[in-house]
Design a protein around this ligand. Structure first.
Ligand code: B1M
Length: 215
């Protein structure tokens, strides 16, 4: 297979041998971010389709996810970075009950490379831990990620919890993840949250929204 098709295939097949060499060859032709967006994410999309239709079993999905993570880690040092690191601070987490973190970690990379300080709490984070960290680190915003349909309900509960604790005016909230829709966030959640809640389709929209929040 040609290089970029082979790289995409490596994600789908969870094949790590030769990954670094292929990534280096790809870097000689395209910027790191383009490799992630156009090639690797396309492989993850196929994985999701195969899993969703029962053609791929969970252990293989996990293998693909690990190759994806290794590929992103290999590419990260090659990404462009903004020197100024003082644009603002965000606490980022995958919500309670959800282990998916590839998207969240991409958001971390994009924000960190573009002048934001990211406090990445990891996966399965209850709202109390997110709020404690936001308080402790003096965050300017909170970002929640979640890929399960169940997580969209947890996000709603989290916003309600922030309302009832009286902290919604303090932290604008960014939400993202495959199960969310713009209309759910911009209609249902905007209606119930007393503060500012925004939907980010991808990591770049997350960056634009953070820039808007901090402007
Ligand atoms: Co799971 N999984 N998974 N999984 N998995 C999905 C989400 C699923 C859609 C697959 C499917 O059925 N087609 C499905 C959810 C169905 C549903 O809820 N209706 C599913 C399921 C069912 C499950 C389990 C329940 C399976 C099981 O155990 N039987 C289980 C859940 C465990 C749990 O969470 N409690 C599970 C487990 C796993 C693995 C561990 C094997 C692995 C995750 C490994 C890891 O993340 N470390 C995994 C994977 C890899 C997937 C798919 C195939 C790929 C997800 C991914 O990494 N995509 C996924 C299929 C899919 O999403 N369609 C699937 C690439 C990533 C870059 O995209 O995270 O969407 P994403 O991020 C995007 C945007 O959404 C956005 O930016 C990114 C791009 O720039 N974004 C943000 C995300 N967060 C953001 C936050 C922001 C801003 C933007 O601001 C805060």
């Amino acid at each position: 297979l040609p290089l970029f098709e082979r790289l995409e295939r490596r994600i789908v097949d969870g094949e790590r041998t030769g990954l670094a060499e292929d990534l280096d060859a790809a870097l000689a032709q395209r910027p790191a971010l383009e490799i992630i967006n156009d090639t690797l994410l396309s492989g993850m999309k196929t994985v999701g389709e195969l899993f969703g239709s029962g053609q791929m079993q969970l252990p293989f999905v996990l293998q693909s996810a690990e190759v994806m993570k290794a590929a992103v880690a290999h590419l990260e040092p090659h990404m462009e970075k903004e020197d100024d690191a003082g644009k603002g601070r965000i606490v980022l987490a995958t919500v309670r009950g959800d282990v998916h973190d590839i998207g969240k970690n991409l958001v971390d990379i994009i924000l960190s490379n573009n002048g934001y300080e990211v406090v990445n709490l990891g996966i399965k984070q209850p709202i109390s831990a997110i709020l404690d960290a936001a308080e402790e680190h003096g965050a300017d915003a909170i970002g929640m990620s979640g890929l399960l349909v169940k997580s969209t309900v947890i996000m709603k509960e989290n916003l309600q919890e922030m309302n009832s604790r009286g902290v919604s005016a303090r932290w604008p909230v960014l939400l993202g993840g495959a199960a969310l829709t713009r209309s759910y966030v911009e209609n249902d959640l905007t209606e119930l949250y007393l503060g500012d809640v925004r939907y980010a389709r991808d990591a770049f929209e997350g960056l634009r929204l953070m820039d808007a929040i901090m402007a």
